[in-house]
Write a protein that binds this ligand. Structure first.
Ligand SMILES: [Ca+2]
Length: 586
């Protein structure tokens, strides 16, 4: 017969052995953050558990003290005898001995030492780490922690110093909606059937479970602020993401909004995509999102259960309407020239698109002169630094609230971004400029801070990584793999390839939700190769191929498909790509 473990009694033998047992747990401070955390937890949860002997001696001590005080007040100093005939000195002696007995026979214990049956639900939940998941819109790898020589990204960099930087992380589709539906549900775009901006997660999958929803189902307080999942279609689906998902009322992501209707200062930028005005950060949407996040963190810090806070910044997405102080972080002449400016040699036409996001619709294309190109690139950097500053305020709040040592922080861009490289402006290609994304994971106590890894990773890996770090089960149908082994050892790998896809036409929303692409492009990203197949959507026939050697040609300037070298490499890559596009693991 199985009997439940009996909870520890409130009164138990204590004494020197108990005290020394507790003291032996007070290990010297170590460099590890989790050690700091355990010290803090210990100080918060140590409490005194008296024994029977301790209680009795404490009572005697109290009685002795009362008697002594009464005798002191009632009797003149020359004649301090009380009714029991005991002297003042004798009462003092009894009091002292009783107090010593009370101290020795009582037992300081840690709340964490108590068996589960005697812990509150809150304390059980407290063992789980919090999660802060921050999504930047169209953030590419032009960051200090990724080696960009001019980027001013001090807050992303300081998080990178605490965590692990994934240098070969890839989104599953380089555009907001499908990418976000993918990483939020942990499934590939083909697995969801969401490869366009006209298809929405909860429309196609009413029972879909996103990361915050899953954490909420497992005892977390979950919420989402700003642009996280992105497109919802039906406004009612907005509510399904978590406990709630709040947009930032009154402001739009694309315009400055001055407080109290104050007129906007002059615009110092020239390109229509840019505004450089001397406005406070509070005039911008993302600042309000950061403010909301900080307010919520203050509240969440007081709750007994852990939290999952998803926070989405709209920047550095276009337009580049950014406060002047962030433009001033860069001198225009320091903005690097576009490299490579030309399309890759031998690349097929289908690899490109109309650059409409920056240049306008094809029938109204504008040409960018060198000055405009440089200003747009300057605007991107300013927008990135502005978004970085908003992140910094949230990280400051985590530190201030002493949450940093028990909060996993994940930072991603939903897709990368071309700024003229390959003669492409925007995303929606299979090249590394927009398929590759920043991914930084800081998990206190796991791995070494400041690590960099070239292990292949995908945004769909975030879901199983967070459940792994938090000790939660996984929902069915996850397509990704936990990156925890890489967090523990930056030299480890968990997969041999990443898969990124994007259709042609690059945007086919003219046909509504039922529209289908003509061609689907797939890119297999390995530790050396980027192999692309463009397949007719109806027949599956491969209509174009590309192969780039990421070691010898990291800027992807030469398409090797059709060469002798490619002939030796492509068969194995094509086999692996075929397996992965059918749902197989890398
Ligand atoms: Ca995006």
């Amino acid at each position: 017969m199985v009997t439940a473990q009996r909870p520890r009694a409130s009164f138990k033998p204590g004494g020197f052995s108990a005290i020394s047992r507790w003291l032996s747990k007070a290990t010297p401070p170590g460099p590890n953050a989790m050690q700091s955390r355990s010290r803090r937890d210990r100080s918060e949860h140590v409490r005194f558990e008296p024994s029977v002997a301790g209680i009795l001696s404490g009572c005697v001590s109290f009685f002795a003290q009362v008697r002594w005080c009464r005798s002191f007040v009632a009797q003149p100093p020359a004649n301090r005898w009380d009714a029991f005939g005991i002297t003042e000195i004798a009462w003092r002696f009894v009091f002292t001995i009783s107090f010593i007995l009370f101290s020795l026979c009582s037992h300081p214990v840690l709340a964490a030492d108590l068996p589960k049956q005697s812990r509150s639900t809150a304390k059980t939940a407290e063992a789980k780490p919090n999660v802060l998941f921050v999504v930047f819109d169209d953030l590419n790898n032009r960051l200090g922690c990724y080696g960009d020589p001019i980027a001013k990204s001090p807050n992303l960099d300081r998080l990178a110093a605490r965590g692990t930087v994934f240098t070969r992380a890839f989104c599953q589709q380089p555009i907001c909606g499908p990418s976000r539906a993918s990483f939020m549900s942990g499934r590939r775009p083909d697995s969801l059937g969401i490869t366009s901006m006209t298809k929405f997660l909860y429309d196609l999958h009413p029972d879909a479970v996103t990361i915050p929803q899953w954490f909420k189902q497992h005892g977390y307080t979950a919420m989402s602020i700003g642009k996280v999942l992105g497109g919802y279609g039906n406004p009612e689906h907005f509510k399904k993401l978590s406990v709630w998902d709040r947009r930032t009322g009154g402001k739009t992501k694309d315009e400055f909004a001055m407080p109290n209707g104050v007129a906007l200062p002059p615009n110092l930028a020239k390109d229509p995509l840019c505004e450089n005005r001397d406005v406070p950060d509070e005039a911008c949407f993302d600042t309000v999102s950061a403010n909301l996040a900080i307010t919520e963190l203050r509240s969440l810090a007081k709750k007994p259960e852990p939290f999952f806070l998803a926070l989405g910044f709209f920047k550095p997405h276009t337009p580049y309407k950014i406060p002047k102080r962030y433009w001033n972080l860069y001198r225009r002449e320091d903005i690097p020239a576009i490299e490579p400016a030309a399309r890759p040699r031998n690349a097929p036409e289908i690899a490109f698109h109309a650059n409409h996001e920056i240049l306008g619709e094809p029938n109204a294309h504008r040409m960018l002169d060198e000055e405009a190109k440089r200003e747009i690139r300057h605007g991107y950097y300013a927008a990135m630094s502005f978004a970085d500053a908003q992140l910094g305020r949230v990280l400051d709040a985590l530190d201030e609230l002493k949450l940093s040592d028990n909060t996993i922080v994940v930072i991603i861009g939903d897709n990368g971004f071309h700024l003229g490289e390959h003669d492409v402006w925007g995303k929606m290609t299979l090249f590394g400029w927009d398929a590759r994304v920043p991914l930084i994971i800081s998990a206190p106590g796991v791995g070494k801070g400041g690590a960099k890894t070239s292990a292949i990773s995908e945004l769909i890996d975030i879901f199983p990584t967070l459940t792994d770090l938090s000790g939660l089960p996984n929902p069915p149908q996850l397509d990704g793999t936990s990156l925890v082994p890489v967090l523990k050892d930056a030299a480890a790998t968990v997969k041999t390839a990443a898969l990124t896809q994007h259709p042609r036409p690059a945007l086919y929303w003219g046909g509504g939700p039922q529209a289908l692409p003509q061609v689907m492009g797939y890119a297999l990203k390995t530790d050396r190769w980027s192999y692309h197949e463009w397949r007719d959507f109806k027949t599956g026939e491969v209509v174009a191929k590309e192969l780039y050697d990421e070691n010898a040609d990291p800027l992807e300037t030469v398409n090797l498909a059709g060469t002798v070298e490619a002939a030796t490499q492509i068969p194995a890559l094509a086999t692996q790509l075929k397996r992965m596009t059918k749902g197989g693991q890398p």
